[in-house]
Write a protein that binds this ligand. Sequence first.
Ligand code: SAM
Ligand code: SF4
Ligand code: SF4
Length: 340
Amino acid sequence: MVKEVTPITDVFGRSLRDLRISVIDKCNFRCTYCMPKEIFGDDYPFLPESELLSFEEIIRVAKTFAKLGVEKIRITGGEPLLRKNLDQLIAKLTEIPGIDDIALTTNAVLLPKRATKLKEAGLKRVNISLDAIDDDVFTKINGRGVPIRPVLRGIEAAKQAGLKVKVNMVVKKGMNESQILPMARYFKGKDIILRYIEFMDVGNHNGWDLNHVISKKQIIDRIHEEMPIEAAEENYYGEVASRFRYQDGEGEIGVISSVTDSFCGTCTRIRLSADGKLYTCLFASSGYDLRGRLRDGITDEELQTNLTGLWKRRTDRYSDERAERKHENRKKIEMSYIGG
Ligand code: SAM
Ligand code: SF4
Ligand code: SF4
């Protein structure tokens, strides 16, 4: 099929390439740095199903974005595997001309049940979040007392189904820095790329403080001392993880240093939240109410015009500006709505 694309750029000349879709705001974990159970407890007003975008609405939006240059889609949440029939959505997204990469970010607990269906639907890869390889540390982080075994089973199921797996570990001082080396040792040589993520100031409830951030340099130095690594080249334009390969040939690791290096200059990402709002930055405080427009009967042409205008007006560069402490009291969208 011929791909009819009208690529667009924002105010700083950045193209639109990636769409992240949060399909649900609920989660089966209560990670302390994301959805602390003191806030996201039994009375938390999660979205009723009618307020989530339907699969038809998501597909319509994705098709429009593909016409504007989006090539990659990432499905996230909350916990995306809690959304019923997710494989059906993925199957439809893979049919969209121009979309050549679909990935899923998950805590993996439900993967043993779902991995094969997801693969059959056309999913090629998953990013699995795992912040520790020690049960005591992990049970405390996920807030639900879940040991690591179910996550490891999820990783195994994904590999068995033929999905490529990366593991993401958020590193936060006082929470899991003790796990930097044990995680590296565990995944080294297993054909799974482990990526360390600097703890970010997303959302409003995780009590973020710069003192909680363990920097990319600290992480790299610690690993290099025991398991020598060397820098590897970028895989593609705008890759957010810096890559390092083990000198003994046993694979590689990545570090996503969103706090100590900012990469706004190459940021080609737009995000669709679980309640159908569009955000041109992970740290935005307000979004564009797409769900309202879709349900008010916007035409395809108007939709394309509106999305084009939204991207063309984009001036976000929060991480670049963080150092200038411009946004200290800004209210931000929660990670469980926008999905990372
Ligand atoms: N529930 C799924 C999971 O955990 O993989 C998908 C949604 S979760 C919000 C997406 C990613 O964001 C996870 O890898 C999580 O660790 C990361 N994340 C959440 N809060 C973060 C923070 N404050 N700083 C850095 N990463 C964060
Ligand atoms: Fe749930 Fe993912 Fe947030 Fe943990 S990081 S609470 S698994 S959404
Ligand atoms: Fe992109 Fe915003 Fe992150 Fe900068 S701060 S890289 S603009 S999401």
